[in-house]
Design a binder for this molecule. Structure first.
Ligand code: GUN
Ligand code: ZN
Length: 645
């Protein structure tokens, strides 16, 4: 024990697959901690570990302390032996009991010391639960108490890890304030608290505001725990917002009330028509059989069913996260309940923040699931970059419909050539809005699938974007059917594409430096696609076939460093790390001195030494905020170091 460490292994949206090290134990996140009531143990902790694979649980130190037999045993043999659980044990402090039943008879210092005395891995401060109906003033006042208690807990925590709980009722500015104060303290986990009433009342739009405002202020190098959340229906959305840990008491509480959890809600056994569940607990069981079963046996079976629902969904969430498709899963899940749809819709108001963490490209295609898909950060990013990083080749546009397949320059090869001969820039009116022909192979434009029958939002919004683009960028635009025949040589479309993608990816200034004449393009003999950009005899860029974006070569990096002042595209590392990174080893966050605040995950970056000399190129894995805070893990996946060239 003694140290905790959180490392990000994969990411999508604000979500992360992380490795949370607690002493000598490791928890892979996102993870759910089942709540064990030490007096009841509906499903014994040993079974939770061995049969269900949970390697972390949460129990309540306040209940243990108030139950003489448990208190004595816990202090004598320790919590792990008492519960017979070899994994990570988190304990809560009694805050929730005070929310449910009023005052608790324990001080912050007493409960922190008690948690230490029973060998808890991660203890919790006695925070003040801020109710959703509290006034702003009352909430603000109580936050200071929680902050003072947290500071005290950090002082006396010893070898135990500590949960510093973010409170702030439904007020986003108080949540952010509370979070940023917690970020500056020596806490190990960041729970977002006071949200149980919001979830019980299906107030998911407010839940989204609360979580996002908290995330804004929190330290990204610590796992975020959504306190009291464990229903399978909200996992995808919560993970997407960057919650790493969850806990569920409901699996057992609901079971004692004969209520079964499913992805689309919770249902009473007496109201159900069929038991159409194929989880291991329900296998071979009928509704009648379950109703007739002995109460204790039934409670255990339903608790197990509830746990299976949660673990199955969590596994699916992780799969989508790894595949870069978590937005899609959150959208699909939001159809299960109108309140969830409200949550997802509210997330659109946090699109700017989400955009800063959204990867530049993904392995899979963007699947459109409905109008809410338009709230994804990829939309915002495309629209903004098109405004600031696109320069048309000619001032006349010819507009094509998006009806012939992608990438557009394949089915429209002849028409695009004809338009260009006549001095027109081909522009496709797509569901993304306008797509100039030269950008059509680039992520996410070619790597996206939309239904053939568009909804009204898509039609209206994309048409408005296209009209605005045509008016702002061109002097004149015509329909593709009106293009005049023109004799003469074909325009070099590859060259236009090569530079347009570079501008889009690196900005106009950097693209200028990368495309110093004479420029020669190497294309694939098999596909005809651009492979390499040779500028003035130097190989500066290579284009990836998969996402149509560039990888930056060392020669290109040197050009950019010479042309655009720091911190543009830079990740500067300490002198100690320079020999390693120059050899092509990855750059780790603990060695980062500074970096460009505009860097997005998966973006091409230039690793520089402390004197701003380029030493490697690679792809950023973290944002600036994360590089500054993470104590461990890869910051830049380095492709080639200066020594390799
Ligand atoms: N359990 C559920 N919500 C909370 C909370 O806000 N604080 C604590 N300590 N425990 C909780
Ligand atoms: Zn089941």
């Amino acid at each position: 024990m003694g140290t905790s460490m959180f490392e990000i292994l994969r990411r999508d949206g604000l979500a992360r697959i992380g490795r949370f090290t607690v002493g000598d134990k490791v928890v892979e996140t996102p993870a759910l901690l089942p709540v064990v009531n030490p007096k009841i143990c509906t499903v014994p902790p040993r079974e939770l570990h061995d049969r269900f694979g949970f390697n972390a649980l949460i129990t309540n130190s306040y209940i243990i302390r108030n139950t003489p037999a448990l208190k004595e045993k816990a202090q004598a043999v320790g919590l792990h032996e008492m519960l017979d659980f070899p994994g990570v044990i988190m304990t809560d402090s009694g805050t929730f009991q005070s929310h449910m039943y009023g005052e608790v008879e324990v001080t912050n210092e007493e409960i922190v010391e008690f948690q230490k005395s029973i060998g808890t891995d991660i203890g919790t401060v006695l925070d003040v639960f801020t109710e959703p109906d509290w006034s702003y003033e009352k909430t603000k006042y109580s936050l200071e108490t929680t902050l003072e208690r947290t500071a005290k807990a950090c002082e006396i925590k010893g070898d135990m890890m500590i949960n510093g709980v973010v409170q702030g009722s439904v007020y986003p500015d108080l949540r952010e304030y509370s979070a940023s104060r917690m970020a500056d303290m020596d806490v190990d986990v960041h729970p977002v608290g006071g949200v149980v009433p919001l979830m019980e009342q299906y107030r998911y739009a407010e839940l989204v505001d609360v979580v996002m405002a908290s995330k804004k202020g929190l330290n990204p190098s610590r796992p975020v725990h959504l306190f009291g959340a464990g229903h399978p229906m909200i996992l995808a959305l919560s993970v997407l917002m960057g919650c790493d840990l969850f806990d569920s008491a409901s699996y057992a509480k609901f079971a004692r009330d004969d209520r079964m959890m499913f992805l689309d809600g919770t249902f009473r056994l007496q109201d159900m028509q069929t038991l159409d569940c194929s989880c291991p607990a329900c296998q071979g069981m009928t509704l009648q059989g379950l109703r007739k079963m002995d109460k204790n046996k039934r409670t255990k079976l339903i608790a197990e069913h509830n746990l299976y629902q949660i673990t199955q969904e969590l596994a699916l969430v992780k799969r989508y996260l790894r595949e870069g498709r978590l937005w899609e899963l959150a959208e699909i899940r939001s159809r299960a309940h109108p309140a969830l749809l409200d949550g997802l819709r509210r997330l659109k108001q946090w699109q700017d923040l989400m955009e800063r963490y959204d990867p530049i490209s993904r392995d899979g295609a963007v699947f459109y699931t409905g109008p809410e898909t338009r709230a994804r950060p990829v939309y915002l990013r495309y629209a903004e970059r098109l405004k600031t990083r696109y320069i048309p080749e000619t001032k006349k546009a010819a507009v094509f419909p998006d009806t012939s397949g992608k990438p557009y320059s394949r089915p429209y090869a002849e028409e695009f050539a004809k338009a260009r001969r006549a001095g027109y820039t081909p522009v496709v009116a797509s569901p993304w809005g306008p797509v100039p022909a030269e950008l059509d192979e680039m992520y996410p434009l070619a790597q996206s699938l939309f239904p053939d029958m568009p909804d009204r939002e898509t039609v209206e919004e994309s048409e408005a974007l296209t009209q605005e683009f045509l008016l702002n960028v061109f002097d004149e635009s015509i329909e593709c059917s009106e293009i005049p025949e023109c004799e003469g040589d074909d325009v070099d479309a590859d060259k236009i594409r090569a530079k347009a993608v570079a501008r889009f990816q690196f900005g106009i200034e950097a693209a200028e430096a990368l495309f110093r004449e004479p420029v020669e393009l190497v294309t694939s003999k098999k596909t005809g696609k651009i492979r390499n950009v040779i500028s003035d005899g130097e190989h500066v860029l290579s284009m990836r076939a998969g996402d149509g974006l560039y990888t930056l070569r060392m020669e290109g990096a040197k050009r950019i460093v010479a042309a655009v002042p720091a911190p543009f595209m830079r990740v500067s590392v300490m002198a100690d790390a320079v020999p390693f990174v120059s050899e092509g080893r990855n750059a780790f966050s603990q060695f980062v001195l500074s970096c460009d605040p505009e860097i997005r995950p998966m973006e091409e970056v230039i690793v520089t030494d402390p004197e701003d000399r380029p030493i490697a190129t690679g792809r950023a894995f973290l944002t600036e905020f994360e590089m500054k805070s993470m104590k461990k893990g890869m910051a830049v996946k380095v492709r080639s170091g200066s020594d390799d060239e």
